[in-house]
Design a protein around this ligand. Structure first.
Ligand code: HEC
Ligand code: HEC
Length: 185
């Protein structure tokens, strides 16, 4: 009896530790490649990179697309077919990929954004590298970042503290901050 209990405890621990399977995530990611690139570096200037993003943020967003809490037609359809396990594995795979190279941006705009960025770093990390559910912004596509800031400001995207923060930003601030963060390594 003791042996059975012990064996099931060990089995349970093994399952828990193996919860996220990067290899299974990579296999599943074939359906994502057309838009997010082979390794999560998007070929488009407006579609987001996923490479090097934090796993918990990726999971959270996939769950939001699945439930409809975040709206984007193609992502809602794709996420509705993913199980919780798929979501964990995909998040682990993309998080394990090397972060994207920074984009070239207008130097003056980058300086202007840098001057406004201090209030963002407490949550997004000192180099905007991301932390847990606070996403990496460094090296993300500028046009994508700007679109999200506008969506937070209008309320079209619900993002906890981001809705209030975005209301404090002008269109010019958003353009400059997006250029600055996309230029970071
Ligand atoms: C048809 C193109 C397309 C495909 C295929 C696709 N995506 Fe997306 N995905 C997008 C676009 C475009 C966005 C940005 C939506 C927006 O503007 O809010 C996005 C956003 C995301 C985000 C949020 C990123 C962030 O920084 O908040 C995640 C996570 C994501 N996709 C994961 C996936 C995964 C995983 C797959 C494959 C299972 C996948 N996507 C397949 C186009 C696609
Ligand atoms: C109090 C913490 C906090 C602060 C300060 C903060 N953010 Fe955020 N930010 C978040 C959280 C949490 C999310 C994820 C929201 C969600 O769940 O969709 C986020 C998401 C974002 C996104 C979406 C990223 C993506 O991949 O889709 C952008 C862009 C962003 N923040 C920019 C900024 C900028 C620019 C500033 C400074 C002006 C800032 N944030 C300050 C917490 C913060």
């Amino acid at each position: 009896m003791k042996k059975i209990i012990l064996t099931s405890v060990i089995f349970f621990i093994a399952v828990a530790v193996q919860a996220a399977d990067i290899k299974a995530g990579k296999e599943k990611s074939v359906v994502c490649q057309g838009c997010h690139g082979t390794n999560g570096v998007s070929p488009s200037s407006t579609w987001p990179n996923l490479a090097g993003q934090t796993a918990s943020y990726l999971q959270l967003q996939l769950k939001k697309f699945k439930s409809g809490a975040r709206q984007y037609a193609s992502m809602n359809t794709i996420a509705s077919d993913l199980s919780d396990n798929d979501i964990e594995n995909l998040a682990a795979f993309f998080a394990s990929q090397p972060a994207p190279k920074p984009s070239a941006a207008d130097a003056k705009l980058v300086e202007q954004g840098k001057a406004k960025s201090a209030m963002c770093l407490g949550c997004h990390g000192g180099n905007a590298e991301g932390r847990g559910q606070f996403p990496r912004l460094a090296g993300q596509k500028a046009a994508y970042l700007e679109k999200q800031l506008k969506a937070f400001k209008s309320g079209a995207r619900k993002g906890g503290p981001m809705n209030a923060i975005a209301t404090m930003l002008s269109d010019e601030d958003m353009t400059a901050l997006s250029a600055f963060f996309s230029s970071l390594k």
